[in-house]
Design a protein around this ligand. Sequence first.
Ligand code: NAD
Length: 357
Amino acid sequence: MAKELFAGQKNNRYRILISKEAISKKNLTPLLKEHKKTLIISDDGVPTTILNKVISVSKPSTKVFKIILQHGEKAKSVQNFQKILNFLAEKNFDRTDLIIAVGGGVIGDISGYVASSYLRGIQFIQIPTTLLSQVDSSVGGKTAINIAAGKNLVGAFYNPKGVIIETSVLKTLPQREFKAGLAEVIKYALIKNKPLFSLLKLNAKKILSMDPHIIEEIIYASIKTKAKIVTKDEKENGIRAILNFGHTFGHAIEAHGNYKSILHGEAVAKGMKVASKISYLENLISQKEYTEVISLLEMFEFDLSLKQYKYEELKPYIFRDKKVRKGKLNIVLLNKISNAVVSNSFNTANLQKGLKT
Ligand code: NAD
């Protein structure tokens, strides 16, 4: 049976539906019926079966147009942003029309940013098709594109009208992408969701073999945690920062590799190891808790080696992070398992030591 959750405040509240076959007329029609025209944005790595299913359940409630971008991080470009805006204008889309993002976080991010900007905002729906986008990027309203100076430097907080999570689409996802998405699931367990921590520990094998029931459970648990946090703090002025656990170091590792050698989730797994080590060095968690975190990451077969990264090389990226405020680096640490805190008063020597593990 479909599971549902809600996120967002007042007029910006939206429903998140999670089920094996969530892309259906029953679920889409209520979201589409007041929109004459709909633009579906996707990329050429998303299986056409998924795209065709979205198109067929959307008709005849709305007139469907589509734009298929080339897959990959490069799709989040200013050029594509402009291309989509021009397309919308040429087809006379107005404020009552709609955008649907069908794809991973790349498609969700650029589609959401287009939706936030065109005519100062038109509505959009997220249909995430990667594990990372199903457990993380489709909820929370962060939208973005990349510019030469860096990733996600341009964007807006803009909530979708709804999120439809069909878990069966994950069947075609390459194992490496699937595992990278699991890093974000582990993040929710470590920052706030103890039952999820136990669920992951007890079911690692089933999860790695993509057992559909347990996958649905972990998606639900992850989104439940994310929805609570982003609803409390829509624009990252407070608690939302804990969602960046492992990300300051993860982003530095990704940037150091020019976003080519390592996937986001793989870098975040290494970043969570560093942040947990610093938490231990800061006497916030015990050695036993630190070991528990590492064993969980190892159960999901993450490569946690940090040997190839020198502190001096990562440092510029660490301090260029969006989490530097008033010259001080804010990092997310654990003060026990499933409880994260933001700190800017840690001993900086421990940053270096954390990376040496
Ligand atoms: P992605 O969107 O690049 O998708 C990965 C690959 O999988 C692509 O080649 C895509 O074509 C393919 N794909 C998508 N669905 C598929 C399916 N069902 N079967 C087979 N292949 C499929 O990568 P991602 O990991 O989903 O997202 C990464 C992006 O998300 C980054 O740009 C990151 O900045 C962003 N992000 C945003 C947020 C947020 O809150 N907005 C949070 C985390 C990450």
